[in-house]
Design a protein around this ligand. Structure first.
Ligand SMILES: NC(=O)c1ccc[n+]([C@@H]2O[C@H](COP(=O)([O-])OP(=O)(O)OC[C@H]3O[C@@H](n4cnc5c(N)ncnc54)[C@H](OP(=O)(O)O)[C@@H]3O)[C@@H](O)[C@H]2O)c1
Length: 350
């Protein structure tokens, strides 16, 4: 397989490490924010590891030179190299680029959520319709809960059993960790600080607290379930007061304890009600209710037992007579995401 790799960050470099010596994979182009490096004959495993070394020490692809490769500034240049598959592991809006790749008869595998979530539902449909029209693979299984197979299961239910009528999910490792630690007795600010030191949060931890990542995943699950949901229709609980919003990250972190009392009383109220407070997304496709936030979850609900930063998604297939299917495990992480991408590549190859 001749591969064009879009993005050479944590996941992209791990994919190279795990596949560069496999003769099934021939990398013929790689892009980052600085530009695109291509080589028609394909990079050798040694050259690929040279690229990994360059990126790992903070270098940029525009500075790569092995004597035989070609460096340009346009991402599109990566496509003109007899490519079989584009692997999109960038953090950029690649919708137009992926559409052009499919149009040219190139398969797409990727973990980048933006082309599937930060676009209109009609665009999402158009992208999959283009793949179908061209008889190509568009594999986005890792964009929701990495390698847990959530989207694959939803796709199966859509094609065989009328889709899914309801989904409840802990979709954010960060928020799952914070609610689990509060349930164990940690204060809100302590739990957030722990999540930061564990490396679960974005650089600005408020992005996690604002629930945008969960909202994107909710939209992608809904669209996969053939429901044309837009991010604007998802009701995401906003609990950050303005004094934590309009200041620097350091200042916000210092003042986080201002929320401790309020969060503690929510945790205690949930316990008095025989429940636990968890950060979950609820997608009720029949009632058209899409909500994300802290909710009181009864202790016998599958969501109540999530631990650490794991994701758990519980879905109700339409013809399962109210019985749920839950998938649970690490919903993010460089290794598990890379494994999901490799599963997509192997499926494509076979
Ligand atoms: N890490 C996870 O656990 C995980 C799980 C599921 C999904 N994902 C998604 O997978 C993708 C990759 O994750 P990651 O952790 O590897 O992110 P990352 O370390 O931030 O890497 C992102 C890569 O995309 C490149 N990039 C950004 N804008 C670009 C542009 N305009 N043109 C070309 N390249 C561009 C960056 O280039 P530079 O190197 O020049 O900055 C970088 O190499 C992200 O979309 C992420 O949301 C990640």
């Amino acid at each position: 397989m001749r591969i064009a790799l879009i993005g050479a960050g944590k996941v992209g470099l791990e994919l190279i490490r795990q596949t560069a010596t496999n003769p099934m994979h021939k990398y013929v182009g790689i892009t980052d924010t600085s530009g695109t490096v291509t080589k028609y004959s394909g990079f050798t495993p040694d050259e690929m590891m040279g690229l990994v070394a360059l990126k790992s020490r903070g270098g940029k692809l525009k500075d790569y030179d092995d004597g035989g490769s070609h460096v340009t500034q346009r991402m599109e240049d990566v496509l003109g190299n007899n490519v079989d598959v584009v692997v999109d592991v960038s953090s950029h809006q690649t919708y137009g680029f992926l559409m052009a790749a499919l149009e040219s008869g190139i398969n797409v595998v990727g973990s980048n959520k933006l082309p599937y979530a930060d676009t209109r539902a009609a665009d999402f449909r158009r992208l999959f319709a283009k793949a179908k029209e061209k008889g190509k693979v568009l594999d986005n299984r890792t964009v929701v809960s990495a390698n847990l197979g959530t989207l694959v299961r939803i796709q199966e239910f859509v094609s065989t059993a009328g889709g899914v009528s309801y989904i409840r999910g802990g979709l954010s490792g960060t928020m799952g960790y914070i609610s689990w630690r509060m349930d164990q007795g940690a204060s809100f600010s302590q739990a957030v600080n722990e999540a930061i030191s564990e490396g679960y949060t974005e650089t600005d931890f408020r992005i996690d607290l604002k629930g945008m990542d969960s909202a994107r995943k909710a939209v992608i699950m809904a669209r996969t379930n053939n429901v044309p949901l837009e991010v604007s229709a998802v009701n995401v609980e906003q609990f950050l007061p303005p004094e934590l919003e309009n200041v620097s990250v350091e200042e916000a972190l210092k003042n986080l304890a201002a929320l401790d009392k309020q969060m503690k009383s929510r945790v205690e109220r949930a316990k008095q009600n025989g429940s636990t407070l968890r950060y979950v997304g609820e997608l009720d496709f029949d009632k058209w209710v899409f909500e994300i936030g802290f909710k009181e979850i009864p202790l016998d609900d599958p969501q109540a037992s999530t631990k650490n930063s794991w994701n758990k998604v519980t879905m109700f297939p339409r013809y399962w007579n109210g019985q749920p299917l839950s998938v649970e495990g690490p919903g993010a992480g460089i290794n598990v995401t890379t494994q999901g991408l490799m599963a997509g590549l192997y499926e494509l190859a076979s």
